[in-house]
Design a protein around this ligand. Sequence first.
Ligand code: PAF
Length: 282
Amino acid sequence: MEIIVQTKEMQRRAEQRRREGMIIAFVPTMGYLHEGHLSLMREGRKRGDCLVASIFVNPTQFGPAEDYNRYPRDLKQDLKLIQRVGVDICFTPSVAEMYPDGFQTFVEVERVTQSLCGISRPHHFRGVTSVVAKLFNIVKPHLAFFGQKDYQQLIAIKRMVKDLNMDIEVVGMPTIREPDGLAMSSRNAFLNQKKRKEAARLYRSLVKGKELFAQGERSAATILQEVRRIIEEEKSADIDYVKICDAHTLEDIEEIKGEAIIALAVKMGKTRLIDNIILKEE
Ligand code: PAF
């Protein structure tokens, strides 16, 4: 596996692979990898000839009071893991390489980033779409893989690719869960044993919501009441939002028609966790 830290070098290598007729599959990450990331890489391995993963904790997607400095990092372990799943190139630039002096250009996707996490993290998605646009220009992928756990991020990136005519297929992949249902996330590492156990109720609440939908309930308020009740049974769970929205526009809906999602963000102690479940007629 090749490790590249410079953008120019990555661009040269990507151009070379393209000239050789290879399909470049790309998995962008912020490191501290878990099975969720590795599942994206396995799919990339199947679908691409050259598999590139990036590891870069992107400062522009963290707010001033957020956990950029605390965000978990373990490059040595990450490199071992990605080598095992067959990554060809790991792109791991420094902050100065990605944001040199004078940097001032951002990509902003408007409407779909305003709801859900966009309310309590107003600059987050601007940071995400900007860094992903930059990574796309550097890695030059044909295919890029993102997890559905970060559903709003996935929708925003799909929108950006469409709106800016980027010639890239964005592939959304299912959320990978722990045996008790907790969605895998690098931030789970912050949970102590007690909070970790309690966090499983987030997925239980979503499953209950989906069961009500399957039984014919279509009122968002009725389903949300039950989802919230399950979360609030745990006194220390601090709900940022629990919402049902249209799966494409991410606008709140009152009555579920077509495809929708139940999405939540909940603080368990100091750790903010997100998760979602898709509701659609079988
Ligand atoms: O999902 C993530 O890990 C990040 O938001 C991403 C897409 C790598 C951009 O920094």
